[in-house]
Write a protein that binds this ligand. Structure first.
Ligand SMILES: [Fe+2]
Length: 505
């Protein structure tokens, strides 16, 4: 039963004095009572309005209490129906109980017995409703926790809780609107609905704005009555603010179409659970993102320090990251994957921290020992980030960017698709940048030379699909090479390239 609402009891009897007695007996207590001497009016009322318990006469001229019982159960599955009869038989009693009646009273009945039966019936109904609500909440928590444990990203997590919310609250649509608690700017809107026309209702930013100046966690409910197929329905829009340490992080909006005017308390409990779950997820996400940002800044400073030592590769990391990002976009990688890519590319040569300056800056050919030391940088890089959970996704970039498609690369000698795709992508742009960038001892090669090098080694050193994707990115002009390398470039070779259609990789 909704919070603050009295149980509604309906009395149906074609004898007015019975209705009066019941109303007089129960009316002095905490019930909301409606009585009907016309059974048809009672049936109409049951079809459109909320009733918790019905007391109905069994025989009412052309009407039967069984009709009332059936209509009541059809419209309100957990309703309590008590039949009243002056002519009881065992057969009648068994029959009405079998059809779903809760109990029956034999007229004339003592008023105390009437009160007891009503109290017992409503008590039973409360237990059933509480159990149902508890079952829903437990089910909801199980689903949420199982999903949360998998470390899924916040969008998927919120979609899942909203789907669960729609199922448990019988909602037509639900949405989360998230803001940056610092700036108040909306950062995310996630909506779940099978009714497309309802989506705009729950993602309306004004539903969030109503909580901007409040620190209260109380929900706001807007109920609109409407007629559907001649029956009274209600469209209930509940907005539950999401607060983290009394700071507004967003709102959850749920749209429920119901025959009932109010939302049962158990369902409101589920919504509170959802809000609390979403607030934890959002707070964690912010913490994670802040921490990742801090790590990233520290690591960027570290890689800058490598480039400061290695006078041949100034700006290399930044350029390689930009080149790789464009290729990744071209082959359809998600924004989430691009975040990892930026981190992985920035970190890919982090292992050079462990390579002595004399080797890094040696203009001549390296000795075998020096070459081995240089070739140890992917493994050294892995050692450096080992144990840092936030940098875990950078591993394939670090370990695999010197592998070759034909298996002759290092450190593992992997070949083909054994090499993580991140390594196959990075190998192409890493080489392109190495060829084309200026070095103190030589000017950078032309785009034509670099492109030919990639094409000639496609299938041996490089994954042909990655070479194709990169050349397409160049041909489509998605990279401003002049700006990237701060020098004039002859890009005419790109005009001659054939158009290549490729599926996302
Ligand atoms: Fe490297």
């Amino acid at each position: 039963m909704p919070l603050g609402r009295k149980s509604r009891i309906m009395v149906v009897d074609d004898e007015n004095y019975i209705c009066r007695i019941v109303v007089d007996t129960l009316g002095s207590t905490d019930y909301d009572i409606v009585s009907f001497t016309d059974p048809q009016k009672a049936l109409d009322f049951l079809a459109v309005d909320t009733v918790d318990l019905v007391l109905t006469d069994l025989m009412m001229g052309e009407y039967s209490g069984l009709q009332v019982l059936e209509t009541a159960l059809e419209n309100h599955p957990d309703i309590i129906v008590v039949l009243m009869t002056a002519h009881p038989t065992v057969q009648t009693a068994v029959s009405v109980l079998k059809r779903g009646a809760y109990d029956f009273l034999i007229k004339p009945f003592k008023l105390e017995l009437l009160l007891q039966t009503v109290r017992r019936g409503l008590g039973h109904q409360k237990i059933v409703r509480d159990n149902l609500s508890l079952k829903s909440q437990v089910q909801f928590l199980k689903v949420v926790n199982a999903f949360f444990d998998t470390g899924t990203d916040i969008n998927q997590y919120l979609e899942m809780v909203l789907r669960s919310c729609n199922a448990e609250l019988l909602a037509q649509a639900s949405a989360v609107i998230e803001i940056n608690p610092g700036t108040g700017e909306i950062v995310r809107k996630v909506c779940e609905t099978t009714f497309k026309d309802k989506a705009s209702v729950v993602v309306d930013s004004q539903l969030l704005d109503q909580f901007r100046d409040t620190r209260s966690g109380a929900p706001k409910v807007v109920t609109k009555a409407k007629m559907v197929d001649g029956r009274q329905h209600y469209e209930i829009l509940v907005s539950q603010p999401i607060l983290v340490r009394r700071t507004l992080y967003g709102v959850i909006n749920v749209l429920i179409e119901s025959r009932q005017e109010n939302i049962p308390a158990g369902q409101m409990d589920i919504l509170l659970l959802l809000a609390s779950s979403a607030s934890s997820a959002m707070a964690n996400q912010k913490l994670y993102s802040d921490l990742q940002q801090s790590y990233f800044q520290v690591i960027s400073a570290l890689t800058n320090s490598i480039e400061a030592r290695d006078k041949y590769t100034a700006g290399h990391t930044d350029r390689v990251t930009r080149l790789a990002e464009q290729v990744a976009r071209h082959i359809g990688w998600t924004e989430k994957r691009l975040v990892t890519l930026r981190m992985g590319c920035t970190l890919h040569d982090i292992g050079k921290i462990g390579v002595p300056d004399a080797i890094l800056n040696k203009p001549d050919k390296l000795t075998e020992t020096e070459r081995k030391k240089m070739m140890s940088h992917p493994r050294l890089g892995m050692k450096i980030i080992r144990g840092i959970e936030l940098l875990k996704a950078s591993r394939p970039y670090i370990i695999a960017h010197h592998e070759r498609y034909d298996g002759k690369g290092y450190p593992k000698g992997l070949s083909g698709k054994e090499i993580p795709i991140e390594g196959r992508l990075l190998a192409v742009v890493d080489t392109f940048d190495a060829i084309i960038s200026d070095r103190p001892y030589r000017p950078g090669a032309t785009v034509d030379v670099a492109v030919r090098e990639l094409v000639e080694n496609s299938g041996s050193q490089f994954d042909p699909k990655m070479v194709t994707a990169f050349l397409e990115v160049l041909r489509l002009g998605k990279l401003d090479l002049v700006k990237l390398y701060s020098r004039e470039m002859d890009l005419s070779c790109l005009d001659e390239m054939p158009v290549i259609e490729m599926a996302p990789v």
